[in-house]
Design a protein around this ligand. Structure first.
Ligand SMILES: NC(=O)c1ccc[n+]([C@@H]2O[C@H](COP(=O)([O-])OP(=O)(O)OC[C@H]3O[C@@H](n4cnc5c(N)ncnc54)[C@H](OP(=O)(O)O)[C@@H]3O)[C@@H](O)[C@H]2O)c1
Length: 233
């Protein structure tokens, strides 16, 4: 039985001057998840090649920009030409892969001839496998989520060949944001600084009305959301 202190989702006070949209969006739990997951689990160093799946979404867009801001080369994976164009033009990523129309493994091979050092994974499934095919020695995989499996009654599948982890010395680690909640104030300071400097952009997809909830929820599994999905009633 969970008690409030050990609940997976921490309760954080919304500062007086912050709008609810910012508190649930750019300075919300998903951004903190991205910040801690990228820096503490992915642990990239400047110059390394970082790949983010679900890169146009709420968590992924921030994870990608965190890595870019510390000097990594960042490639985002998203669905559709429009989202991919935005990853490069709006978020300033080095490249984008449209998993709906491109062969992800082949594109990664071309874009990352020395392999992927860090993979921040929101999706799992075929995209995780495509990255596993292209990991660098000592790669780190930060497992944030497995959204490709959420609308299935099957467990989320892992990589096809676990010996790849052995020979390539890959570290694969899941995490939840709550593990790092005690450091949220300093993370929020950094995110605010980047936002003020124009180095953190964030798109909110705000829907109006309680009745929008079912469709909004389902849009998460089709990519029908355009940024962080919020419903206001
Ligand atoms: N570990 C934690 O503490 C924590 C906290 C918050 C969220 N998460 C995880 O973070 C992930 C992203 O959540 P979010 O709230 O930020 O949502 P989001 O990325 O804003 O929206 C979900 C996106 O997932 C992509 N997607 C859905 N089904 C897919 C599939 N079969 N293959 C590839 N992409 C697919 C779609 O993007 P495209 O349009 O690009 O297809 C969709 O827009 C989820 O896995 C969630 O569980 C983890």
């Amino acid at each position: 039985m969970l008690t409030p202190d050990t609940a997976p989702v921490p309760v954080l006070r919304v500062p007086d001057a912050m709008t609810l949209e910012d508190a649930l969006g750019i300075f919300g739990l998903n951004s903190l998840t991205a910040y801690f997951g990228m820096l503490r689990v992915g642990n990239p160093t400047p110059g390394e090649t970082v790949v983010v799946s679900g890169a146009a979404g709420s968590t992924g867009s921030v994870a990608a920009q965190v890595a870019r801001n510390i000097g990594c080369r960042v490639i985002g994976i998203a669905g559709g030409a429009a989202k991919c164009a935005r990853l490069v033009q709006e978020l300033g990523l080095d490249a984008a892969i449209d998993y709906k129309s491109e062969n992800v493994s082949a594109r990664l091979k071309a874009l990352c001839p020395d392999g992927v050092d860090v993979f921040y994974d929101n999706v799992g499934g075929d995209i995780l496998q495509a990255v596993m095919d292209n990991v660098a020695l000592h790669a780190r995989i930060a497992v944030c989520g497995q959204v490709a499996a959420y609308d299935s009654d099957q467990p989320a599948p892992g990589p096809r060949d676990m010996m790849k982890l052995v020979y390539w010395r890959v570290r694969m680690q899941g995490f939840v944001m709550a593990d790092h909640a005690h450091d949220a104030p300093s993370a929020l300071d950094q995110l605010r600084t980047w936002r003020d400097e124009g180095r953190l952009v964030y798109r909110t997809d705000l829907r109006e009305g309680f009745g929008q909830l079912p469709k909004a929820f389902l849009d998460l599994f089709t990519g029908g959301n355009d940024g962080a999905l919020l419903v206001r009633s």
